[in-house]
Design a binder for this molecule. Structure first.
Ligand code: HEM
Length: 334
């Protein structure tokens, strides 16, 4: 029997059954949560993000990824922002994050401004969520309203960081359940991964792709050949270069658009996990979505806005009950 048939009609519904109930809990978030207590928060975040992205457009990618890595570990509760202490093992030190996640200083700076305007009111988790929305807009992406009212966690989970976050060398069959577990659908996954239209990847995360099936997936045209040679120069098969970087969307690296999906159609995805959405035999549904977004930027933008709200609403009842508004995003209040 065709394996893709098995996945779609047998495997996936069971995964949804087992994991669906563990996903996003009822969000207690509202658009006007700070309307009376800190009405200027959205303006402050926007202004700081404008300066930050203007000075370096890559900051938009850093903040967007930071938000994703926050939400996938015990919900969007600012746990990713916590530094190591004697009693806390920081998520930022886990393999998927170390030497890779950036943007912590930007959030610190925004938090300082917000604290001087409205002390003790706005959570770091909310600041990060609003900043991620502004990051996307500032590099040409869509707008969405950000529900707020998150609490900051008093804990972090180094262990969950290693298990919940998908990695670029994981197969689609293993990545999809990680999204379903968070209450996010296959559509949400394909759409949110469209974030790779901005930002960079390090050689250690795409070496296996370029010395694997890149040549066979990429169409035999001169432009693909050129890009393939560039990638091999940046990332040698052996002998180092692990931290050398390349844009995941070399056509418009600093613009939030749908060209990432167009690259997947040409077989030029930089990460194995990205290309699999189009090329995997298990990717019936994902392939159709990639084609749709490559052809219809508006459809991508509309769904991206919806999926970002959904991801931002991954909450954790423990943070709501025991959480706090941190004074400093890097440390739990004493
Ligand atoms: C299948 C799921 C995903 C996998 C396997 C994945 C993996 C990766 C990897 C390996 C990198 C490069 C990191 C490095 O080399 O240092 C990266 C970068 C990035 N990811 Fe993802 N990612 C996924 C989903 C997402 C989602 C859902 C978002 C946002 C909603 C996102 C946003 C980003 C951004 C913006 C960057 C660029 C960061 C920068 O340049 O600083 N990713 N991702």
């Amino acid at each position: 029997m065709n394996p893709s048939f098995l996945l779609k009609f047998f495997f996936l519904p069971h995964i949804v059954f087992f994991f669906g109930f563990l996903g996003a809990s009822e969000p207690q978030l509202t658009l006007d949560y700070y309307a009376s207590t800190c009405p200027t928060v959205f303006d402050i975040v926007r202004k700081e993000m404008e300066c930050s992205v203007l000075s370096n457009p890559h900051n938009a990618a850093s903040i967007l990824r930071l938000h994703f890595h926050d939400c996938f570990i015990q919900g969007c509760d600012g746990s990713i922002l916590l530094d190591d202490t004697i009693t806390l093992k920081a998520e930022k030190k886990a393999t998927a994050n170390i030497h890779s996640l950036k943007g912590f200083g930007i959030i610190d700076q925004i938090k300082n401004f917000v604290e001087s305007e409205c002390p003790g009111i706005v959570s770091c988790a909310d600041i990060l969520t609003i900043a991620a929305r502004d990051a996307v807009i500032l590099v040409g992406g869509p707008y969405w309203d950000v529900p707020v009212g998150r609490k900051d966690s008093v804990t972090a989970s180094f262990e969950l960081t290693n298990t919940n976050l998908p990695t670029s060398d994981e197969s689609l069959v293993s990545i999809i359940p990680k999204f379903l577990y968070q209450g996010l659908s296959v559509t949400d996954m394909v759409t949110l991964v469209g974030s790779h239209t901005i930002g960079m990847a390090r050689c250690q995360n795409f070496r296996s792709r370029i010395y694997g099936d890149y040549e066979s997936t990429s169409a035999k045209n001169p432009i693909s050949d050129n890009q393939f040679s560039n990638l091999k120069t940046i990332c040698p098969p052996i002998g180092g270069g692990d931290s050398n970087i390349t844009a995941m969307d070399y056509v418009t690296p600093n613009l939030f658009d749908n060209s990432f999906y167009q690259l997947l159609l040409k077989g030029e995805g930089v990460l194995n996990s990205d290309q699999e959405m189009y090329s995997s035999v298990f990717g019936i549904e994902t392939r159709e979505l990639v084609k749709k977004y490559a052809a219809d930027p508006l459809a991508f933008f509309q769904q991206f806005s919806d999926s970002m709200v959904k991801m931002g609403n991954i909450t954790n009842s423990d943070s709501f009950i025991n959480g706090e508004v941190r004074k400093n995003c890097r440390y739990v209040n004493t």
